[in-house]
Design a protein around this ligand. Sequence first.
Ligand SMILES: CC(C)(COP(=O)(O)OP(=O)(O)OC[C@H]1O[C@@H](n2cnc3c(N)ncnc32)[C@H](O)[C@@H]1OP(=O)(O)O)[C@@H](O)C(=O)NCCC(=O)NCCS
Length: 149
Amino acid sequence: MFEVSSANTGDVYAIQQIYTALRRPKRTRLSLDEYLVARGDGQVVGCAGVQLITVGSVCEGYLYGLAVRKEHQRKGIGAALTEARIDRVRKSHGTRATALAMFWNVAFFRGLGFATIRRSELSPAILALDDFVDARYRRSAVMVRSVVL
Ligand SMILES: CC(C)(COP(=O)(O)OP(=O)(O)OC[C@H]1O[C@@H](n2cnc3c(N)ncnc32)[C@H](O)[C@@H]1OP(=O)(O)O)[C@@H](O)C(=O)NCCC(=O)NCCS
């Protein structure tokens, strides 16, 4: 069993530990208010971030930093963290959620209703984010899901 909630300051170490264990790119400046964690077995078993970007009257969400401890994968935790992030986008009246996915995770996002689009179809606000100019994510697929209000 696990529970998804907003992250708090006491979770930073566990989040970094998960990234290190999974050899995920380090995020040196964690914006904790953007983070959700999944707790189970008395520990943080997964984490994920969502940045809300509002330009004028349009809000959209950038989903990033999703990771689930290896021994807890394939139990629905990644899906729950993603749905919880979509909820945050929805509550802010956002209309679209965007994620970058390595090719081996494309099926995971497709299963959650995301579709692949070209980078040229993204808004300038999303394209300006650090991850979209970072060479490490150059080959990642861009996946989007419409958020129904
Ligand atoms: C990708 C990741 C977050 C998935 O988390 P998870 O908790 O194992 O995923 P879930 O159990 O919620 O899976 C939801 C569904 O996607 C499927 N799925 C999970 N990972 C998948 C993958 N890599 N490819 C295809 N399908 C996948 C599951 O089988 C499940 O399908 P079902 O609903 O038909 O049973 C996890 O494998 C992980 O942390 N990987 C390492 C870090 C990483 O790659 N992060 C993603 C950055 S984009």
